[in-house]
Design a binder for this molecule. Structure first.
Ligand code: PHE
Length: 343
């Protein structure tokens, strides 16, 4: 019968109608529940329905009315709820927080902290010192003669209108600070930033970081230094790491050496960083020159010691496969965010 089909169609319409605003909902109400709604005239059809189907017809009509009311009430309460949300209603502590971007450590800090942890494990204590130094702590105390090329204006940033104040060119200035204020045994590491007036390129920058180490006591030997540095290399670069010490020269150590770590030439980064040799130069070191001890009032007849200065950037570049040192100082968040999962 036709009226049954009409009811069926209305039921489908109710189920499928998307009532996503107050206006659409109101139209729905007028159509199905208002004073001139479309269900009412269907009741008048009752008399045309054959007796044996009257009950079925009544039930179908009631269902239609119920479904319309049900839908209307449900949507209305949902819309009211979301309208309430827009109106501020004090603080709701049960709401989930806005997602927060986690910060990330700078790759230089990550590597520097690893280095600090490695030396702290064997009893070295962190000393942090000023970046603006005087001539004496940076050079004179460190046995660097007046005419040494490192003093040249080309390399050192002096402060305006000053011939004595400068930006430290190495963390070795902390050695002088510590030796003049502490008594042996001394066992410190000094992480920090240093400055040199160098042309900026993919390989070198005018600012970079070092971790300085100094150990002074009775009977400290070159063998102690070598073992300490081998321990460092194997903690930092892996338990099977090979090192080599090359004779070198620093005014403040005698004998002096530079330490290389075997990296191989498997990747473009290691190829570039090792200049194709596979050996990455990571630090300068040596036995503290007796003149340095004397300058700082420590008796070289009683005490000996070793010192080293590790370059941080090169290791950071090798660890994270960074091809250009300038990336480390540009503070581009797209670069920095990549380290948010590293501690
Ligand atoms: N200060 C030296 C440099 O900057 C490194 C170094 C530190 C060498 C301590 C020997 C001892 O190159």
């Amino acid at each position: 019968m036709e009226v049954f089909d009409t009811i069926k169609n209305y039921l489908e319409e109710i189920a499928n109608s998307e009532l996503n605003s107050q206006e659409v909902l109101e139209q729905f109400r007028i159509r199905f529940l208002g004073t001139k709604n479309i269900i009412k005239p269907l009741f008048a059809e009752m008399r045309n329905v054959p007796n044996e189907r009257k009950k079925e017809f009544g039930l179908a009509l009631n269902e239609l009315k119920d479904k319309a009311e049900e839908k209307y009430n449900l949507v209305k309460s949902q819309l009211d709820l979301s309208a309430d949300k827009i109106k501020p209603k004090g603080l709701d502590l049960s709401l989930p927080p806005e997602p927060m971007l986690k910060g990330s450590r700078h790759p230089v800090s990550i590597v520097m902290n690893q280095m600090i942890n490695i030396f702290e494990k064997i009893g070295f204590v962190v000393e942090e010192e000023r970046e603006i130094e005087d001539d004496w702590h940076n050079f004179t105390a460190m046995n660097t003669p007046e005419d040494h090329p490192a003093r040249d204006m080309q390399d050192t940033f002096y402060l305006k209108n000053s011939v004595t104040n400068l930006l430290r060119t190495h963390t070795s200035s902390v050695q002088a600070r510590v030796m003049t204020t502490q008594k042996p045994p001394i066992r410190i590491i000094a992480p920090g930033r240093v400055y040199r007036n160098e042309t900026i390129s993919a390989r070198s920058h005018c600012q970079f970081h070092q971790v300085e180490g100094l150990y002074i006591d009775k009977n400290v030997s070159f063998a102690d230094m070598k073992q300490t540095l081998l321990y460092f290399a194997r903690e930092m670069y892996g338990p099977k790491t090979d090192i080599r010490l090359r004779p070198s020269y620093f005014p403040f150590t005698e004998p002096s050496a530079e330490m290389d770590v075997w990296m191989g030439t498997d990747t473009d980064t290691t190829k570039r960083l090792t200049k194709g040799t596979g050996w990455l130069e990571v630090l300068g070191c040596g036995m503290v020159d007796p003149n340095v001890l004397k300058n700082c009032d420590i008796d070289p007849e009683v005490y000996t010691g070793f010192a080293f200065g590790i370059g941080v950037e090169r290791t950071a570049m090798q660890k994270f496969d960074i091809s250009d040192i300038r990336l480390l100082f540009e503070n581009d968040v797209r670069f920095l965010r990549q380290f948010s999962s590293v501690v």
